[in-house]
Write a protein that binds this ligand. Sequence first.
Ligand SMILES: C[S@@+](CC[C@H](N)C(=O)[O-])C[C@H]1O[C@@H](n2cnc3c(N)ncnc32)[C@H](O)[C@@H]1O
Length: 267
Amino acid sequence: MDRDGTAAEPDEAAVDAAEDAPVEGLAPAPAVAQEIFGDRLPIAERYTELLATAAVQRGLIGPREVPRLWDRHVLNCAVLAELLPKEASLCDVGSGAGLPGIPVALARPDVSVTLLEPLLRRTTFLEEVVRELGLDNVTVLRGRAEEMVGKLAVDVVTARAVAPLDRLAGWGMPLLRPYGQMLALKGDTAEQELADSRSALTRLGAVKWSVTSVGEGLLETSTRVVRVEAGESPGGVKAAARRAKAARAGRSGREREGGRGGARRRR
Ligand SMILES: C[S@@+](CC[C@H](N)C(=O)[O-])C[C@H]1O[C@@H](n2cnc3c(N)ncnc32)[C@H](O)[C@@H]1O
């Protein structure tokens, strides 16, 4: 600010230099990032910088994570791309600062990603990031997963660090289309959580489940994923009833609108 109270015009060269300056503590992108993100690598680098700066300042990422953002967060999430069908629709439940949804969207521009997150502070950050990075395959949606049954139906649900597997499945499976899949990043607890959740998964319309590793041969530590495949009724009986209710509400709403239009036409 100048002494007369007006903001000084920023020096363009100084702004450029500030933008190019390395972020303290953040390592440069590892060589493998080029293989994973291809020509979107500069966008992935900018996203990682935003995690190291704005997301840390707003309390969405712990400051101690900064030195390991590439390995433990961005790349570790991006390799989920290996499991995604071509041109899939995907909902990242409890996306937080965009993990794993944004790295996946960067690695797979053919996939349409919805970042679902209930907290306003987090959706505000996500909207800003999506706008700044120009991610046209990403939508931000504010809400809880259990409120979205009948409103959202996708081929793939992803989640990391959101809830124990049985509870997560109760939220995520009802958002799938028939024969869709839920991919939960679970690390070392994957097998145990799966063993503890078998009856819940069956009740929720799952027909097949396994623990799989992605990023092998690319990352030092591969990413362990619980993969749960749905049958023809994802979410089971309760979800089917909720979807039918939502569909009836939608239909009667449309009929009411049509009815009003019809009345106008008859007059
Ligand atoms: C520990 S954070 C993990 C964020 C991100 N997935 C990551 O790995 O960095 C858990 C997130 O789940 C969100 N969450 C909690 N309950 C949820 C629900 N029922 N539906 C959707 N998101 C939920 C929280 O708001 C929070 O952002």
